[in-house]
Design a protein. Structure first.
Length: 328
């Protein structure tokens, strides 16, 4: 077990032992199902949420959401604006038409002006915007590590050089695929229509192919985050994939609720006007960040339960140290 995992956490969550170093070896998805059958799905889910909550998961979700917004907006604007300069004019057209079809109506005009192809004088600003987006995405991956470490009860993150070197790799291996998968999955029909208009491919075929690819991209992205993010030796890929699947299901539920609210609330665009798209993005980023970190919490709690650590939080200090927070 690493020194980071052995150290007593200053947060009330119980540190998760590194089961990969135990004689039984790395945990698998089969072990996860055995734990769920033994303790019950509701009990495991409740314990995972308690771990998330007492690790200050909501604050870490807000910090991650901010970085996602700082990355998504300039990245999309810069890519579309620079598409001609990057010899990717047609992909830029697809992305532009997809974005215009999914944003709330009140912000369509502002977005249309922002994502026009760049003129010669605008390219420097757009390149700077793209650089800002990359930096924000790297910082977001660093925030993923910080939130994950707290959920696992780890006191410190990696040293800065190691942390952000890993964050650069995670930004390319997880951050970009996740955002691409999100856009394709949320705007599946609109994306297919845009591809048909620009490339001439049949939109039904594009839709049937794009959706499963987007699902795979998002699942793979979160799996890599959970496997490589925390400062510890993680269990086997199949167990980590269980946490990624939980994260994806939660994301689908949160996104569906948000989409239903935006459709049911006809006044959303009227109230926020040109800012409607930004407000929707802020809400989506918060819900997405919660889904990602809850996936970490489920993975952590399954591993803790397998090691015999049934309590997601440490007892409150005081007379008798009563375990008022026991949930398993």
């Amino acid at each position: 077990m690493s020194g980071a995992s052995r150290a007593r956490s200053p947060w009330p969550v119980s540190p998760v032992p590194e089961t990969a170093a135990m004689p039984a070896g790395e945990l698998t998805a089969e072990d996860a199902w055995a734990i769920i059958r033994r303790h019950g799905a509701w009990t495991v889910a409740r314990a995972s949420f308690v771990r998330f909550r007492y690790a200050d998961g909501f604050s870490h979700s807000r910090a991650l959401a901010l970085q996602l917004c700082l990355a998504v907006v300039p990245f999309l604007i810069a890519f579309v604006g620079l598409s001609g300069s990057l010899y990717a004019e047609r992909p830029g057209m697809v992305l532009r038409r997809t974005l215009l079809s999914v944003v709330p109506g009140g912000s369509t005009g502002a977005l249309q002006a922002a994502i026009q192809p760049a003129g010669r004088g605008d390219r420097t600003a757009l390149w700077l915007g793209l650089g800002t987006a990359v930096v924000a995405l790297v910082v977001a991956m660093g925030q993923v590590e910080r939130g994950a470490n707290r959920i696992y009860g780890i006191r410190r993150d990696r040293p800065s050089r190691q942390k952000y070197t890993r964050a650069v790799v995670l930004a390319g291996a997880s951050g970009v695929p996740y955002l691409v998968g999100f856009l394709v999955l949320v705007a599946g029909a609109d994306f297919a229509d845009a591809v048909e208009d620009v490339y001439g491919f049949d939109d039904d075929v594009v839709g049937w192919l794009a959706v499963p690819i987007a699902v795979v991209l998002m699942l793979a992205a979160v799996t890599v985050m959970i496997r490589r993010g925390p400062r510890r030796r993680q269990p086997g890929w199949s167990l980590v994939a269980v946490g990624a699947a939980v994260s994806f299901v939660l994301w689908l539920a949160f996104t569906g609720l948000l989409a239903g609210y935006l459709q049911a609330s006809g006044s959303f665009g009227a109230v926020y006007g040109p800012l409607a798209g930004i407000m929707a993005l802020l809400i989506w980023a918060q819900l997405t960040s919660m889904a990602i970190l809850l996936g970490f919490a489920v993975t952590a709690q399954l591993e803790a339960a397998r090691a015999g650590l049934l309590h997601p939080v440490e007892p409150d200090p005081g007379p008798g140290d009563a375990r008022s927070l026991d949930v398993l």
